[in-house]
Design a protein around this ligand. Structure first.
Ligand code: BEZ
Ligand code: FE
Length: 629
C-alpha cells in the first residue's frame, strides 16, 4: 500500500526533428507577437535559426545567458525585455538559456517557449536556481514552468559526444533519484524506468554515431521524461552533493553528475534495493551502480572528481558542507573514481546473439523461425543474466541427459518435468481454455493408456481392489446443454494407495481404467473407488528437482476423463475431490476451481440397487464444444 501526492506540470510539448520551424505558430498560439530569444554562448547557430524563423515576430536576441543564472546577467537581459517591449520569451540552448528564460519570466510574467539543445530537463521543471555574489538560491513555483517546449531533435545532432554523454547521465540522475524519492509514485516511477531505458539504449548509439537521429530522438525523449521526474518529485543525496560541488567548487554541472551518480547509487543501494533493481533492469546490467560505472567508462565519460578539477585537500571541507551519512568516504571514492563494488563487467554478447539469430533467419517455416529465434533470445538472456558458470551449465546438461535416459514407453520424465514446471498446464490453458462455455480441460498426465477396455453402462472398473465405492453419474452435453449421445468417455484413476495399474509390476492387465459410451441422454454411469492423493514418480531427476527445491510431489485426488464424439472437440480433463489434500498446491498445477466437485457420501441404496454399506457419489455435466467447421 502506497500513498502519494502527484502534481504534473501543464507544459505543452512539441517533439520531432524540425519542430523549431513551428516556432512562429507556437508564439501565435500563446497570443504573442514580440519574442525575445535568449541563448548562451554555445548555441549561437540554433538561436540564430530560431530568430530567423520568427521573422516579424522577433523582438530581439540576448545571447549572454551564463551557467548558474547569475542575477546580474538576468538584470541586463531584463533591460532588453523592457526596452524592446517583448511579450514572450524563447530560450534556446541548455540549462543556462532555460534558466535565464525562467528568471525573466518570473520577473515579468511573460510566457516562455523553451527550445532545449541538451538533455538537462529543466525546461519541464518549475524550479529556478539563481546565483549572486553570495551563493545560490533555488525556488519552485508553477509560473516558472515554461508554457511550451519544442524538442527539436535536429538541434541535438551537433551536441559533442562528451557533452551528450554527461548531459545524458545528468538526465538519468533525475530518473534514478525519482525512483527512491520520498515522493515516489507510480507515474514518476514509470517515467523514470522508461527514461533510463531510453537513455541507456541511446547513448552507445550516439557515441558510435553522433548524427544517429533515432538514437538522438530516444535520448531527447528520455531527457524529457527524466525532466518530468525532476519537476515532480524531490531529488535526493545525489542532487544535494552535485549542487554543493558545483556551487562551492565550480565543478561543471553535467560531468559532476556523471562522476557522482554510480557512487551515490552504490551508497544508496542498501536503502533502495528495489530502485536499484529497476535501474539495473533498465540499464540491462546485473548490478546498477557498478554496471552504470562500466557503461559510463565505455561511453568515454568521466569517472573521478579529480579529473574534474577538485583537489584532495578540498574533500574534508566538501564533506562538511552536506549532511549525508558516510559522505566523506563517498567523496573519497568519487574523487579517486574507484569502481563501485559489484560483479565484474561482462562482455557484450549482442554480437554473439545476433550471429545465432541470423543463422536461423532463413528457416523456411515462419512459425519454426519465430519459435527458435525467441528461444535463443530467452536462453541467451537467461544465461547472461544469471552469469551461468561452466559447472552449472554442465549440471543442467547432465540433468537433461538423465531425464531423457529415464524415458521409456511407460515413463515420460520430460513430460513430468514440463508438468512440474507448470508448462503443461500453461499449454493446456492456451490451447483448451478459450471457450468459457465448455468444461475446463486439465493436463493429460503420463498414465493414460490408449484404447482402454470397453465397459457396459454401470460397470465396476475397480476390479475388486480395495477402496471406498464410488458411484459416478456424468452427463455429456453440447454448449447449449443438449445431450451428446455416443460420446466415447475414457476414465482412469489411481488405486487407494495412489498407484496407477501401469505402475504396479504385479498387476496383470488394466484396472481402474475403462471406456464407456454415452447413452441417448448423454449419460455415463459406473462404479469405481474414491480417488486419493498420490505422489508423482520421484525416483528420477524430477524428484530430485522437487526435493532440492523443497517442493512436495503430491497430486490432489482426481479422476481423469477423456471425452470424444464425432463433430466435437476432444476434452481431456479431471474432476478433483472437494476438500481433498493438495488442492492448493497440486504439484503439476492442474487444479481449476470449476473442476473441484463434491464426492459426497451416498444415502440409502445406490441408484442401481447395488448392496453396499458405505458409498460415495459424484455427478457432473461435461459441456463439450463442437468442432469448428
Ligand atoms: C496424472 O494426473 O496422472 C499426472 C499428471 C501429471 C504428472 C503426473 C501425473
Ligand atoms: Fe492422475
Amino acid at each position: 500500500m502506497t500513498s502519494f501526492a502527484y502534481t504534473s506540470g501543464p507544459a505543452r510539448v512539441v517533439f520531432g526533428p524540425g519542430v523549431l520551424d513551428r516556432l512562429p505558430e507556437e508564439v501565435r498560439r500563446l497570443g504573442r507577437s514580440r519574442a525575445l530569444v535568449v541563448s548562451g554562448a554555445g548555441t549561437a547557430g540554433a538561436a540564430a535559426q530560431a530568430a530567423a524563423n520568427l521573422g516579424p515576430l522577433l523582438a530581439g536576441h540576448f545571447a549572454g545567458a551564463a551557467m548558474h543564472t547569475p542575477v546580474d546577467v538576468t538584470a541586463e537581459a531584463l533591460e532588453l525585455v523592457r526596452s524592446l517591449d517583448a511579450d514572450c520569451l524563447v530560450s534556446v540552448g541548455g540549462g543556462s538559456a532555460t534558466g535565464l528564460g525562467k528568471a525573466l519570466s518570473v520577473r515579468t510574467g511573460l510566457p516562455q517557449i523553451a527550445v532545449p539543445s541538451t538533455y538537462a530537463g529543466s525546461e519541464v521543471t518549475p524550479v529556478l536556481g539563481e546565483t549572486d555574489g553570495t551563493g545560490k538560491t533555488t525556488r519552485s513555483a508553477p509560473e516558472i514552468l515554461p508554457e511550451t517546449v519544442l524538442y527539436d531533435v535536429r538541434l541535438t545532432l551537433g551536441l559533442p559526444v562528451p557533452l551528450s554523454v554527461t548531459s545524458g547521465v545528468n538526465a538519468m540522475a533525475h530518473a534514478v533519484e525519482a525512483l527512491y524519492s520520498p515522493d515516489a509514485n507510480p507515474a514518476t516511477g514509470a517515467l523514470a524506468r522508461r527514461a533510463i531505458t531510453l537513455l541507456a539504449g541511446a547513448l552507445p548509439g550516439i557515441v558510435a554515431d553522433p548524427g544517429d537521429v533515432d538514437a538522438r530522438s530516444d535520448a531527447l525523449t528520455g531527457a524529457w521524461l527524466a525532466g518530468i521526474c525532476l519537476g515532480t518529485v524531490r531529488m535526493g543525496p545525489h542532487h544535494k552533493l552535485c549542487h554543493m560541488l558545483g556551487g562551492s567548487y565550480g565543478l561543471p554541472h553535467a560531468p559532476t553528475h556523471t562522476v557522482m551518480l554510480p557512487q551515490v547509487m552504490a551508497h544508496q543501494a542498501a536503502k533502495a534495493p528495489e530502485a536499484m533493481r529497476v535501474v539495473a533492469e533498465a540499464l540491462k546490467v546485473r548490478d546498477a551502480p557498478s554496471g552504470l560505472y562500466d557503461l559510463i567508462t565505455s561511453w568515454g565519460g568521466p569517472t573521478s572528481l579529480r579529473e574534474l578539477g577538485l583537489t584532495a585537500g578540498e574533500l574534508d571541507d566538501a564533506a562538511r558542507r552536506v549532511d549525508i551519512d558516510g559522505v566523506r568516504a563517498l567523496l573519497g571514492v568519487a574523487y579517486q573514481g574507484t569502481r563501485p563494488p559489484g560483479p565484474a563487467a561482462v562482455p557484450d554478447f549482442s554480437a554473439l546473439t545476433g550471429q545465432v539469430l541470423a543463422s536461423f533467419a532463413g528457416a523456411p517455416d515462419p512459425r519454426v523461425r519465430a519459435l527458435v529465434t525467441d528461444l535463443v533470445k530467452v536462453l541467451h538472456d537467461y544465461t547472461n543474466r544469471n552469469d551461468l558458470t561452466q559447472q552449472e551449465w554442465e549440471y543442467a546438461v547432465d540433468f537433461l541427459t538423465r531425464t531423457g535416459q529415464l524415458c521409456s514407453p511407460t515413463r515420460q520424465e520430460f513430460v513430468l518435468l514440463s508438468d512440474t514446471l507448470g508448462v503443461s498446464s500453461m499449454v493446456d490453458l492456451l490451447s483448451n481454455s478459450r471457450t468459457p462455455q465448455t468444461t475446463p480441460s486439465a493436463v493429460l498426465g503420463p498414465f493414460y493408456v490408449p484404447g482402454p477396455p470397453p465397459e457396459p453402462p454401470g460397470a465396476d472398473i475397480a476390479g475388486g481392489l480395495p477402496g471406498t465405492p464410488l458411484w459416478a453419474d456424468v452427463l455429456i452435453t453440447d454448449v447449449a446443454g443438449g445431450p451428446v449421445a455416443g460420446a466415447v468417455v475414457d476414465v482412469w484413476q489411481s488405486n487407494d494407495d495412489g498407484f496407477y495399474d501401469v505402475q504396479l509390476p504385479e498387476q496383470a492387465g488394466p484396472v481402474l481404467r475403462a471406456r464407456f459410451t454415452s447413452d441417448d441422454d448423454g449419460r455415463v454411469r459406473f462404479w469405481s473407488i474414491l480417488p486419493s492423493e498420490y505422489p508423482i514418480p520421484d525416483d528420477g531427476p524430477v524428484g530430485q528437482m522437487l526435493a532440492a527445491t523443497g517442493r512436495h510431489q503430491y497430486r490432489a485426488p482426481h479422476l481423469h476423463f477423456m471425452i470424444s464424439a464425432p463433430g466435437y472437440r476432444r476434452l481431456v480433463t479431471q474432476l478433483f475431490v472437494a476438500g481433498g489434500a493438495y488442492l492448493d498446491s497440486d504439484t503439476v498445477f492442474g487444479v481449476k476451481d470449476e473442476l473441484i466437485v463434491d464426492f459426497a457420501p451416498g444415502a440409502g441404496t445406490p441408484p442401481d440397487g447395488r448392496a453396499v454399506e458405505q458409498w460415495h457419489q459424484v455427478s457432473y455435466t461435461f459441456r463439450i464444444a463442437e468442432e469448428k467447421p
